[in-house]
Design a protein around this ligand. Structure first.
Ligand SMILES: [Zn+2]
Length: 239
């Protein structure tokens, strides 16, 4: 991996997780001139539909649509994400390599056990990445300023909603890049799943509409942070 300084690094447990949950925010940050990247933890080898070759092609396509500065896959085991020393070191190395101020991670309570384990793995790695006595060759210590959690299947306690009205179309295009997974019932891609049905598109759209409505805009994505969010004088009139 070539070192690249990022403003924000989005972790996805499976390729397509970031696209589905918070790519509107990612695209908006990119539009505003920030440097953004995605780290997929697994290759999604347990997915009911598609296969690894197809999934990789789809990931490359989504990467182009989102105009990412960086994307990597840590190749942890799908269905068996373990929060142990070996996996934390992989995440720590990545954090020290890319030095993101903001890290986005799945909310630590979800229907999919992998998302829960990934959330804990990322949160702990962010902390340990700042400890000097955890040594990684040639990479200095670095701790991101904040971990921001996004929502998968479950509703989350909302700290803030990000306005994605400008980038909702980019989000949908990046989701559609995963043709084997979403909105597509082609038999060649495998048995029908909830996310392959056409009405799943309605769910994605409705969720963005629902959160957008709550803040008076067209589309939004919800986030949670454990720490309070700082608001400065110039911004308070926009709340
Ligand atoms: Zn996932």
């Amino acid at each position: 991996m070539t070192p690249v300084k990022l403003n924000a690094l989005f972790f996805g447990t499976h390729p397509d997780d970031v696209e589905l949950t918070c790519s509107g925010t990612l695209a908006k940050l990119k539009m505003e001139g920030m440097s953004v990247g995605i780290a997929d933890l697994t290759r999604g080898e347990l997915s009911t539909r598609g296969n690894l070759t197809v999934r990789k092609m789809e990931t490359d396509k989504a990467t182009k649509i989102l105009n990412l500065d960086f994307r990597t896959n840590l190749q942890l085991e799908d269905g068996n994400i373990v929060n142990n020393v070996t996996n934390r070191r992989r995440v720590i190395k990545l954090l020290r390599l890319t030095k993101p101020e903001l890290v986005f991670a799945p909310y630590p309570l979800d229907r999919h056990p992998d998302h829960i384990n990934a959330s804990n793995l990322i949160r702990e790695s962010v902390f340990y990445s700042g400890l000097r006595k955890i040594v990684t060759a040639k990479l200095g210590v670095f701790r991101p300023r904040k971990v921001i959690y996004y929502s998968h299947a479950y509703d989350i306690p909302v700290t803030f909603i990000f306005d994605i009205s400008d980038t909702f179309d980019i989000k949908m295009k990046s989701v559609e890049a995963f043709e084997s997974q979403f909105f597509n019932l082609k038999k060649s891609n495998g048995p029908e799943t909830f996310i392959s049905r056409k009405d799943f598109r309605e769910y994605v759209l409705s969720k963005a509409k629902y959160y957008g409505f709550k803040i008076g805009v067209e589309y939004g994505e919800p986030f949670f942070t454990y720490e309070p969010v700082k608001v400065e004088a110039g911004y308070i009139s926009h709340i």
